[in-house]
Design a protein around this ligand. Structure first.
Ligand SMILES: Cc1cc2nc3c(=O)[nH]c(=O)nc-3n(C[C@H](O)[C@H](O)[C@H](O)COP(=O)(O)OP(=O)(O)OC[C@H]3O[C@@H](n4cnc5c(N)ncnc54)[C@H](O)[C@@H]3O)c2cc1C
Length: 447
């Protein structure tokens, strides 16, 4: 087993320790100053593109179909709970460099919170065992050799199985690369891979898992310290972006649903909305930052992922007990993660298509039983809300990953953005923001 990890592993650690990626800047690009760039979709991909383009001097107009910006990453006032909540708990990691740069650019990097060190408390509801994965900050993961820093019942060498993902053949599932059973898998790798990929890990794409691994676990504990939008997703990632864009003269039109595109001479020449048609000038451009099913409606020839996986969140109007951690992993329960917010406990279940059809009440009861056990709360079910996001992410399967298009299209002034484009990452905030950056950079470079 260890033969696979000899020279390759050493070379890998070496490159991880000594390589740094340059970050290009695109401030005030003279050629963009005459362009109007229309961004369709005010999710994080569209907002990231808009921020980059506005910075480069373009006049940006965002068109968003919904009454609010944020897309799949948003907050709303929930009447059942009597408070503002997020559509779903979103976790960022300290190594999500594009997301953190975006937050810095919009002046909101202070709004993320999390533990000062990289730690993930867990409970196994089948056995009652509790533990905390405590990674060291540096790239050499010596924490796996310390029993008190890893999950009970695991051995240091079992953790190395995850490295096999790095050499997995293209378009192969995780199960073909590494064992998907055993204590280390159940207590360490399954929860992490499931949360990152939102797809049952054995069938998920090994290359996507390897990308996550490279950018987080193998980059050292300082790259995967958990970060949570303390004051809500909209207050952290969306509203400051919109304020920032307004200050730079951008326009945001909500409830402005793009119905069709008009093409001529390899260019988009007009945008058709329900009640108006917006012509595009000779240097104007378009960032299409809508979900894949909508992108395919607008560009029927486009190849894009067409299978999705749901995420179900349960929110409970109950203050976390004193000392409860900001987030906790749950093994062998109905729920997979619990997040603690002021006056509320929220839970997440990934790859949750099996929970879309059943009764909401029964699901809330089952979730609450787990929450009450984990948090040591004796109360009966408090006020609750269940949010089922059917198309939370594209299914991170090898064949779906192969369908992801790049940002460039055959239309000279049309680029694509979205977590489903070929970012090399699973559908995440980090991927969405990188895709928006990439789309903007392509337009700027081609201006
Ligand atoms: C419940 C849940 C939990 C998640 N948890 C995490 C997590 O913990 N960590 C993480 O990193 N990621 C997480 N994600 C994934 C993350 O939310 C997404 O990757 C990201 O928000 C996608 O952004 P996007 O801009 O690519 O797409 P979207 O957010 O889907 O944005 C597309 C926008 O286009 C708009 N639109 C669609 N059609 C049109 C049209 N015709 N005209 C105009 N506008 C249109 C939509 O209304 C939408 O606002 C989670 C997602 C969900 C749903």
């Amino acid at each position: 087993m260890f033969a696979n990890f000899g020279i390759g592993t050493l070379a890998y650690w070496w490159s991880m320790i000594f390589s740094e990626k340059p970050v290009p800047t695109f401030r005030d690009h003279a050629l963009m100053r005459n362009a109007v760039v229309h961004v369709i979709g005010a999710g994080l991909a569209g907002l990231a593109a808009a921020v980059r383009l506005a910075e480069a001097g373009a006049e940006v107009v965002i068109h968003e179909a919904a009454p609010q910006a944020g897309g799949r990453c948003r907050s709303y006032y929930d009447h059942a709970l009597g408070m503002e909540i997020d559509n779903g708990n979103h976790l960022l990691l300290s190594g999500n460099h594009a997301a953190l740069s975006f937050l810095r650019a919009i002046g909101a990097d202070h709004a993320l919170s999390g533990p000062t060190t990289t730690e993930f408390p867990f409970i196994d509801l089948a056995t009652g065992a509790r533990w905390c994965l405590r990674a060291n900050a540096g790239r050499l993961p010596w924490w796996i050799f310390r029993p008190r820093r890893r999950a009970p019942g695991t051995r240091a060498r079992d953790h190395l199985a995850i490295l096999r993902l790095l050499w997995a053949p293209a378009a192969s599932p995780i199960a073909a690369a590494m064992p998907c059973s055993g204590v280390t898998y159940d207590r360490v790798w399954r929860p992490i891979l499931l949360a990152a990929l939102n797809t049952d890990p054995p069938e998920a794409d090994a290359g996507l898992a390897a990308a996550v691994l490279r950018e987080t676990l193998l980059a050292g504990g300082r790259a995967y310290r958990p970060l949570i939008a303390r004051d809500g997703l909209s207050a952290t990632l969306v509203d400051p972006a919109i304020r920032h864009l307004h200050r730079r003269g951008a326009t945001i039109q909500l409830e402005h649903n793009l119905h069709g595109l008009h093409f001529a001479d390899r260019r988009v020449v007009a945008l058709e909305f329900a009640h108006d048609v917006v012509p595009l000038g000779p240097v104007d451009a378009l960032v299409l930052a809508v979900p894949p099913f909508m992108a395919k409606t607008l560009l029927p020839d486009l190849q894009a992922p067409d299978q999705y996986r749901a995420i179900v969140n349960g929110h409970f109007a109950k203050a976390p007990p004193a000392g409860f951690p900001p987030m906790m992993g749950v093994v062998n329960g109905t729920i997979e993660w619990i997040f603690a917010f002021p006056g509320r406990l929220s839970v997440t279940i990934s790859d949750a298509d099996r929970l879309l059809a059943g009764s909401r009440e029964a699901l809330a009861e089952a979730m609450w039983r787990d929450v009450a056990t984990v948090a040591g709360i004796a109360d009966t079910l408090p006020a609750w809300q269940i949010v089922r996001e059917r198309r939370a992410t594209f299914a991170a399967l090898p064949e779906q990953n192969a369908k992801r298009p790049g940002a460039q299209t055959k239309w000279e002034n049309l680029v694509l953005a979205g977590d489903w484009t070929a970012t090399g990452l699973p559908a995440t905030i980090e991927g969405a923001i990188r895709s928006g950056n990439r789309a903007a950079e392509l337009l700027i470079l081609n201006a």
